[in-house]
Ligand binder design. Structure first.
Ligand code: ATP
Ligand code: FE2
Length: 327
């Protein structure tokens, strides 16, 4: 069975094609970069609407198949930005209807988990999902992916992007901050905010901005923000692992591309006698292959959806989905 998946929760429009053995046949990633400032949902949605048809064509071409070889269409039903979700949803519905094939709407966060499970060789990890809009510590238990801890305000990536904007680093600032942090050596005092299993980042952002106003070195600010925020993530991930008795940790989301975050989690997992896993770069970012793969798993386990069931859900929570494809 061949599944074509369309991702469109935020800045990225992605089209991926997988088969039911988990082979990724293609994974076209088309990211919208705002000319200046932050991401406007409407503008990103316009971008997605412009490129989606062409990207479907590219994905088919890369996979070396015809559109009539597609057996199932899946798409990111949420969580995400309404206008972007609706573009992906509309494209998926029209494609499924015109081909006369079934459609499955999937939870974007769970797609990050399952592509990691499928491609990294981990077996039963705690997932740290660290992206722009989401920051959650998730583990499977009793037929659900349960959220053990999460951010109480912004996602870690959004915090980094906001900081980047303040520091004049442009949009999608994670990689630039990582680079600058390597030249930082002074650990500035920033609010370390862990409450129970939850964390919050807005205090770090405010404090970092005030250091900038006082003329601190930008390298030291980036270094300190990374050290503090990643230590918070590592702490709650470790506690979730202890709580559920798991020794593997899987990273997902765009921020999982950060080398320092990987290093900290990897050390922690090793100390606990376990291991850290991280999917390859294009499977960490928002992408269509992970959406296709989760669609394939859901459909294979008997999930069926009518077009009327595929309305997008901006606040679609990870723990709302019954996990029918695992035992
Ligand atoms: P979601 O819709 O799941 O919230 P997203 O729309 O934020 O995801 P992703 O591609 O998963 O999309 O993540 C993008 C985020 O990852 C951005 O905030 C970006 O700054 C951050 N990022 C990318 N590379 C790095 C890096 N090397 N270090 C830190 N952050 C990074
Ligand atoms: Fe994501």
């Amino acid at each position: 069975m061949i599944t074509l998946g369309i991702e469109g929760t935020a800045h990225t429009l992605g089209v991926g094609i997988v088969d039911s053995d988990g082979k990724i046949m293609s994974n076209v990633i088309d990211m919208y970069r705002p000319p200046q400032g932050g991401l406007h949902p409407r503008e990103a949605a316009n971008h997605h609407a412009e490129v989606v048809a062409g990207d479907i064509g590219k994905a088919l071409e890369e996979a070396g198949i015809s559109i009539h070889d597609v057996d199932l269409v899946s798409f990111s039903m949420g969580p995400g930005l309404g206008p972007c979700l609706r573009v992906a949803g509309t494209a998926a519905r029209s494609l499924a209807l015109s081909l006369g094939v079934p459609i499955v709407g999937v939870n974007h966060c769970i797609a990050h988990i399952e592509i990691g499970n499928a491609t990294t060789g981990c077996s039963d990890p705690v997932l740290l999902y660290a992206s722009g809009g989401n920051t959650q510590v998730i583990a499977y238990s009793d037929r659900r992916y349960r959220i053990f801890g999460e951010t109480q305000d912004v996602g870690i990536g959004n915090m980094l992007d906001k900081l980047g904007r303040e520091l004049g680093l442009g949009f999608y600032a994670g990689p630039a901050i990582e680079k600058l942090a390597k030249d930082g050596d002074r650990l500035l005092d920033l609010p370390y905010s862990v409450k129970g299993m939850d964390i919050s980042f807005s205090g770090i952002l405010t404090a970092a901005e005030s250091y900038r106003d006082r003329g601190c070195r930008i390298e030291d600010i980036c270094y300190s923000v990374q050290e503090t925020a990643f230590a918070m993530l590592t702490e709650v991930t470790e506690r979730a692992m202890a709580h559920v008795g798991k020794s593997e940790v899987l990273l997902g989301g765009g921020v999982a591309q950060n080398g320092r975050l990987r290093e900290m989690l990897s050390e922690m997992a090793k100390e606990r006698g376990g291991k850290m896993f991280v999917p390859e770069r294009n499977l960490c970012r928002d992408n269509g292959a992970m959406i296709a793969w989760l669609g394939n798993l859901m459909y294979g386990s008997g999930v069926r959806m009518e077009i009327a069931d595929t309305e997008v859900r901006q606040r679609f929570r990870t723990d709302e989905v019954p996990v029918t494809w695992r035992d």
